[in-house]
Design a protein around this ligand. Structure first.
Ligand SMILES: [Zn+2]
Length: 659
């Protein structure tokens, strides 16, 4: 399919592929779970991020470079802090596009331009842009590719410029020019005759690919391809974590699974899909699909989270998925969505949209607090100790996960969540020559043209995930035949599609209705939302004999702060097991902020063992242990809303009685 050249207000716009993405002006989320989060993001999170960028001096770093400061001690933040400013700009660009002509949009526009001006002032005459390298008193440019993150930061700059150009084409703020000057510089510096290396942290690959798409400049795509192909030949210096950490162990097209640092691995894979699609490189696409599949089958948590090593923020081996050491960085979840989304556009396969949904609900939605001003960086599946709440005025260590923190020394996750929420409508639906595909469920209006130019407009009504009923009402349709396809998630066996008064069962994948539609026609998808027990593959031995409870796309968790009496203290909580012969019962709903069901399950506390050496042929219960064996009921809550009631212990996987 060949795309029209008109601007599509979406983060990823390939020039070919099975599906065309829709812009945030073509799909508007109008209510429900994700709209709530978009509103909080726009009203609270963006200002919160800007406050911290200023407070920590990361924005002022640009002013220092602009002023020609040679005081190297005065620079604040880590070597990659520039990237947070660019992610913030990207988020604001999408948000301005999302809210359209409005008072908040005008205020955001002023803030956006003020930050762009400070960035512009720090750019060198030849296009170089970085506050940590390349100026008087600093290390030279490109002198530390393993850890310097200069190209990584530029990748985020490029994505910000792309977001701006696609939501405000031709705007005179100068951001696209800043990005192009920087991109032209690195085409010279790292092109075919340039430095034969690449950045330790992938990201510039996706940034360059998209900048190439938005400007039509092939040299950016070609440099992106060079960066992808150079990787994997042991070019970067070896480091304590090994070269797999930055994917310089095996060439991208030869790898069989994602490995090393989970954010790096996914950003690289996303960029590799981009250049594979642009170069019609079927072999590379196929290799990436296989890597995606094995990673999902063997290295991904039930939440969709990825990365089980704290030490190097990395994937573990196959099946190495311990709940209490889950790192599952928020950014890794977002990066995984970026990878999956590109594969979905390329090949139109519901598996990719399934993982996106799982990760959105159970990683991305988990990170921010209900108020949008505190975040999880890591997303453990099992919190053993409540820990202590930090101060709302202080930065926090990045994996202190019982409570969300306002900001981190490494604060990649908050602006990553912000840009994802602001652009989320672009991940809801797509079109091709024959119809419209609905991948994610939210109340929305969709008004677009099919790949062949015919107009289609629909309204989606649903209170998903509270219920599994999704109604698509046709507002305007072509005069001839077209298809409407609705994703049926892999967990939704027994789903039905109601069209024109007749209902039929539809299998997981896409339920497609093809015919001549008229305004007022309605298609209704009904997904079974019964709570269900989920059991792990026995090879994930850390959780063998346990069950998780899921309902629709949401994973549920047991949190001590919602419990009273038996099982609520830390010690008893560690001895809880679940009676999985008793089905979870839905007990009610909670307010908008939590937006989820409560499920009652039957629990027991294992009799307290005697103190001492904890291994024996047969462990004895202590003498006053009898009363502990009583069963009781407790409520589970959606995992994404845990940690909003103060410090707590929490677990997703519950050992079954007698396991
Ligand atoms: Zn992060």
């Amino acid at each position: 399919m060949t795309l029209t050249t008109r601007t599509i207000a979406a983060p990823v716009v390939p020039t070919s592929g099975a599906l065309r993405p829709l812009g945030i002006d073509e799909v508007r989320i109008t209510g429900g779970f994700w709209h709530d989060r978009q509103q909080v993001n726009g009203e609270a999170t963006l200002a919160h991020i800007e406050h911290w960028l200023e407070k920590e001096g990361w924005l002022a770093n640009f002013d220092r470079v602009a002023a020609g400061s040679t005081d190297t001690e005065g620079r604040r933040g880590r070597e990659f802090s520039d990237s947070e400013i660019y992610k913030y700009l990207e988020a604001v660009a999408w948000e301005i596009g999302r809210v359209g002509d409005s008072v908040p949009s005008a205020e955001l526009e002023t803030r956006f331009r003020a930050v762009v001006d400070r960035v512009a002032a720090a750019q060198d005459a030849d296009g170089y842009l970085n506050t940590r390298f390349g100026h008087a008193g600093q290390q030279p440019r490109w002198s530390e590719l393993e850890w310097g993150h200069e190209l990584y930061c530029l990748g985020h700059l490029f994505q910000a410029a792309v977001a701006r150009e696609r939501t405000a084409p031709g705007a005179d703020d100068g951001l696209l020019g800043i990005a192009r000057r920087a991109a032209d510089l690195i085409v010279d510096a790292f092109g075919a005759d340039g430095i034969q290396s690449f950045c330790g942290h992938p990201e510039v690959e996706v940034g360059l690919a998209e900048l190439g798409r938005v400007t039509g400049d092939r040299s950016y795509l070609e440099l992106s391809a060079l960066f992808v192909e150079r990787r994997g030949h042991q070019t970067l210096k070896d480091i304590e974590f090994g070269r797999a950490y930055f994917q310089d162990d095996i060439p991208v097209r030869d790898a069989t699974v994602l490995r090393g640092h989970a954010v790096r691995a996914n950003y690289l894979a996303a960029g590799a899909v981009d250049i594979a699609v642009e170069n019609s490189d079927a072999g590379l696409v196929d290799a990436l699909k296989k890597q995606w599949q094995r990673t999902v089958d063997r290295r991904t948590y039930v939440t969709g989270g990825q990365g089980s090593h704290h030490q190097d923020e990395a994937f573990g081996e196959d099946w190495e998925l311990p709940s209490d050491r889950a790192y599952s960085e928020t950014c890794a979840g977002i990066a995984s969505i970026m990878f999956s989304w590109r594969l979905l556009l390329e090949g139109n396969d519901a598996r990719y949209a399934d993982l996106i949904e799982r990760t959105l609900f159970n990683v991305v939605a988990t990170s921010p607090s209900a108020a949008g001003t505190a975040f999880f960086y890591a997303n453990t599946l099992h919190q053993r100790t409540p820990g202590e709440a930090g101060s709302p005025d202080e930065i926090s260590p990045r994996a202190l996960s019982s409570v969300r923190a306002p900001w981190f020394e490494v604060s990649c996750c908050p602006p990553n969540v912000a840009r994802t929420f602001a652009s989320l409508a672009a991940y809801v639906a797509t079109v091709d020559g024959s119809g419209l595909q609905l991948h994610q469920f939210a109340p929305a209006t969709i008004d677009t043209v099919l790949g062949d130019g015919r107009r289609i407009a629909v309204e989606v009504e649903t209170d998903y995930p509270r219920s599994g009923r999704v109604v698509v009402r046709v507002v305007e349709a072509p005069v001839d035949e077209m298809s409407l396809s609705l994703r049926v998630p892999s967990w939704a066996a027994g789903a039905t599609l109601l069209v024109g008064g007749s209902s039929r069962e539809v299998a997981p994948g896409y339920a497609t209705e093809t015919r001549v539609f008229s305004a007022g026609d309605v298609i209704e998808l009904n997904l079974p939302m019964r709570a269900r027990f989920t059991r792990p593959d026995s090879r994930i031995d850390a959780i063998r004999g346990s069950v998780a409870v899921e309902r629709g796309p949401e994973v549920f968790a047991l949190e001590s702060s919602g419990m009273e009496g038996l099982g609520s203290n830390e010690e008893e909580f560690s001895r809880i097991e679940i009676d999985d012969r008793v089905q979870p019962a839905e007990t009610g709903r909670v307010g908008e902020a939590d937006a989820g069901a409560r499920l009652t399950v039957s629990l027991r506390v294992v009799p307290e063992p005697t103190e001492g050496w904890p291994y024996a042929p047969e462990l004895r219960a202590s003498e006053d242990a009898d009363e502990d064996a009583a069963t009781f009921t407790a409520e589970l809550l959606p995992y994404h809303s845990w940690g909003n009631r103060g410090t707590s212990t929490m677990r997703i996987w519950l050992p079954t009685v007698g396991a």
